[in-house]
Design a protein around this ligand. Structure first.
Ligand SMILES: [Fe+2]
Ligand SMILES: [Fe+2]
Length: 327
């Protein structure tokens, strides 16, 4: 499936089934634990530890090797190996977004990335900008897009934190949707109605806002100024910020790809707009394009493994010249 196949609005969210999937119990448990235990202090402690990148130097394929047995328990629809999901995400980006190895397609509509409700609720300024641009013209400063599929390839590698060698974190602080801690918990988060967030020791300390503040933050400070729940996004962002030559757009996609209540809320209403900066709004279409490829990649249809490996090794050598980097 590609992004230009007209996904009708009603079936848009079908790849994320939170009500009756065969993995329902473990998915709900993961979110209950996350919304109970991800506090401001918890996130800070994890940053203090993991940002040191003191778990050894490894190249990307070594990390995939370690990830072979891991299953993401927050994912309601899938239990496929991570390397397959990685190739599928990357190839799916190639297929829908790329004209060739470096150039983006000309016809990537931004409006088609939004559900009708979310589109209509966009601030006028941003809706007009999105309406008058394609992905290519909105990000016209970027000439070489060869990194885009590579981001699809590596985006989930932060899940190594589940392994003993990387601290053996529990699923609730590695996988699943992310959201800012220290701010009012938005009703666009999954399982909001279950009120698990009331069990958090941060509740209700940060459930406050006024004209200038939102929780502990200044309004529109930008997501980079917030503390997101600790998980595989923030970790791979930091590994690549320090270890690769990827541009700021690529790093942004790594950092926020699981921020569903913002980019693709299950109830159709974008949350945490109170914290979004102009840069976050500017990056939203690209984040949504990336998210679409990540989800729609769960369809088996791949070139042979050796062909894929050669292709992505070349890209890795380009953007991670040191090959072995710190984790
Ligand atoms: Fe992910
Ligand atoms: Fe993913």
């Amino acid at each position: 499936m590609t992004i230009t196949d007209t996904q009708n609005q009603e079936t848009f969210g079908e790849f994320r089934n939170y009500t009756d999937s065969k993995f329902q119990d473990r998915v709900e448990r993961t979110y209950r634990e996350m919304q109970t235990n991800q506090t401001v202090d918890f996130v800070q402690a994890k940053k203090d530890h993991y940002f040191k990148l003191s778990h050894g130097a490894m190249d990307i394929y070594q990390v995939f090797k370690l990830l072979e047995d891991i299953v993401d328990e927050s994912d309601p629809d899938s239990d496929m190996p991570q390397i397959i999901h990685a190739y599928q995400s990357a190839e799916s980006i190639f297929e829908f977004a790329m004209k060739d190895a470096t150039e983006l397609r000309d016809d990537l509509s931004i409006k088609e990335l939004f559900r009708e409700k979310a589109w209509n609720e966009l601030p006028t300024k941003w809706r007009e900008l999105y309406e008058n641009n394609t992905i290519k013209t909105l990000y016209k400063d970027i000439q070489d897009w060869s990194w885009f599929p590579l981001v699809g390839f590596i985006h989930d590698l932060g899940k190594v934190m589940l392994l003993p060698k990387f601290g053996e974190l529990q699923q609730w602080c590695v996988v699943g949707d992310t959201y800012p801690v220290g701010a009012p918990f938005a009703d666009s988060n999954v399982f909001f109605d279950k009120e698990y967030f009331h069990l958090s020791s941060d509740y209700p300390t940060y459930e406050k806002q006024d004209e200038t503040s939102f929780g502990k933050y200044t309004r529109h400070c930008g997501f980079d100024e917030t503390d997101m729940t600790w998980g595989h996004d923030e970790y791979i962002y930091e590994v690549m910020r320090q270890g690769s030559t990827l541009n700021k757009e690529a790093l942004y996609l790594l950092r926020y790809h699981s921020f569903y209540p913002w980019h693709t809320p299950q109830n159709g209403t974008m949350a945490y707009t109170e914290l979004a900066s102009d840069f976050d709004w500017y990056m939203l279409p690209l984040l949504k394009a990336f998210q679409k490829a990540d989800l729609y990649s769960k369809t088996p249809d791949l070139p042979p493994q050796d062909v894929l490996e050669a292709k992505y090794t070349a890209l890795l050598n380009q953007y991670i010249p040191a090959k072995a980097i710190n984790w």
